[in-house]
Design a protein around this ligand. Sequence first.
Ligand code: DX5
Ligand code: ZN
Length: 219
Amino acid sequence: MVIQIAPSILSADFARLGEEIVLMEKGGADWIHIDVMDAHFVPNLTFGPPVIKAIRPVTKVPFDVHLMMDNPMDYIDDFIDAGADSITVHAEVLSHLHRSVTYIKQKGIKAAVSLNPSTPLNILEYILEDLDMVLLMTVNPGFGGQSFIPSMIKKIRLLKKMVDERQCKTIIQVDGGISLKNIREVAEAGANCFVAGSSIFSAPDPAAMISQMREAAML
Ligand code: DX5
Ligand code: ZN
């Protein structure tokens, strides 16, 4: 199984954001995970399209933009123009999820749907095959450094079963509380793309932590 590691710059030193991203590229990051928060859908406020545009030239690593916002489609073109290679929208805020996903894909980038911990998987029943990736939140979104919610292991297993039954290539991404300690168990449950913020950026050697996590997931 191909394992992908997506460092979340939410835990980076914002005063040195460009350098932190270059460090992630040197460490072999598959994606740069960018957490956009609007202070409505989640109780926190982070970055928007201008910041993404500013950091786009510093790396060739694709940008995985996770939109934790109430009205993502109002801003979707701005995020695409800023340089997003993949956009993740939350199912909880979209009445026309299929239309939103189709729009993103028609723009030539990858489309993913995220579910909060309490959102059931059946919302994906008729859309899973159309998605490049599903992001299962393994903490309640809004902040870095929270603890992985143990009941999400079962949810990851069930999503893996849905993906296998449909024989689709949808990536299963997990986000929140992923570290060297639990990445193996989460990979065994079926995840193959791992977002990690605090466990990478608070490591003594953040770049080396990327390959350590990848190896631990593949054991
Ligand atoms: C949380 C964000 C995450 C966050 C993960 O709402 O979506 O991407 O950065 O941080 P850690 O890995 O510290 O839990
Ligand atoms: Zn995220």
